[in-house]
Design a protein around this ligand. Structure first.
Ligand code: ZN
Length: 261
């Protein structure tokens, strides 16, 4: 693949997604897995792309293992070069407007109506590629992966050369013998963070997921259930602590309240 043309590669398998970065200035490949597409989207909405996707510790680790890192700062700058304000505006228009007519509709319906007025708001160019889940699936079980490699090697040693058809047949046999079923996945490539974010936004909306703003810390998040108000258990319990503190003040028990946490 051409790392300069499409340095962002996203693999989506069901809800889970995996983002790979292949930037020319960052000569190591980073590989990040997320439980949902919404989780990755919110990293960009919250401006946490550096700490979550390209932390300095990763670069140090890669360098200590012999990776040549040309210009890590330029890479981070590139990764952060997206129009965050614009996406937040779209999120607010579609999800957080408090307009009862907007809220009455499902996100996918809101998106379709929105696009009627702002056609260019969520347009992106992308390259979709057929990918095989075989390598990903085998790599989750190192023993199986090693066994497969060894068998392939033995096959090559036995015959001197292996045709694609023989490789294919051997792989089918191996997966059947070990009862491995592969997931169907899709892979996309993007040239810029903007293209990636637009795709993520559309995906979340088209799947009727909700984007919310945590009522405690203000971070954006995509909850499993739409009734959730807080981005994490930590925020929910901090809010409860704060509520009970305020309540105790209003009942005039302030002398009993310990400020220690
Ligand atoms: Zn929060």
């Amino acid at each position: 693949m051409n790392e300069n043309n499409a340095p962002l590669m996203l693999q989506v398998i069901g809800d889970v997604c995996c983002l790979m970065l292949y930037h020319a200035d960052s000569k190591y490949n980073t590989f990040n897995m997320f439980q949902t597409v919404g989780e990755l989207l919110c990293i960009f909405l919250n401006g946490e792309h550096v700490e979550k996707l390209a932390p300095e510790s990763d670069a140090k680790f890669a360098a200590s293992h012999g990776a040549i890192i040309k210009n890590e700062e330029a890479f981070r700058e590139w990764l952060g070069d997206y129009d965050r304000e614009r996406y937040l505006r779209i999120v607010h228009d579609i999800y957080l407007s408090d307009d009862k007519y907007v809220e009455a509709l499902k996100p996918s319906q809101r998106l379709q109506i929105y696009l009627n007025f702002y056609q260019d708001a969520l347009v992106t160019s992308l390259t979709e590629q057929a990918i095989s889940q075989m390598e990903v699936t085998l790599s989750r079980t190192p023993e199986l992966s090693a066994k497969y490699e060894l068998e392939s090697f033995m096959l090559l040693m036995k015959t001197g050369s292996v045709t694609l058809q023989e490789d294919f047949s051997h792989a089918c046999q191996f997966l059947q013998e070990h009862g491995i079923a592969l997931a169907n996945g899709t892979s996309y490539m993007f040239a810029t963070p903007d293209e990636l974010i637009i795709w993520l936004l559309r995906h979340v909306m088209e799947k009727d997921k909700y984007i919310k703003k945590c009522e405690f810390c203000g971070r954006y998040f995509v909850p499993k259930r739409n009734t959730k108000k807080y981005c994490s258990d930590a925020c929910a319990s901090k809010q409860r602590e704060e509520d009970s503190f305020l309540e105790s003040l209003s009942f005039g028990h302030c002398t009993n309240v310990s400020l220690q946490t």
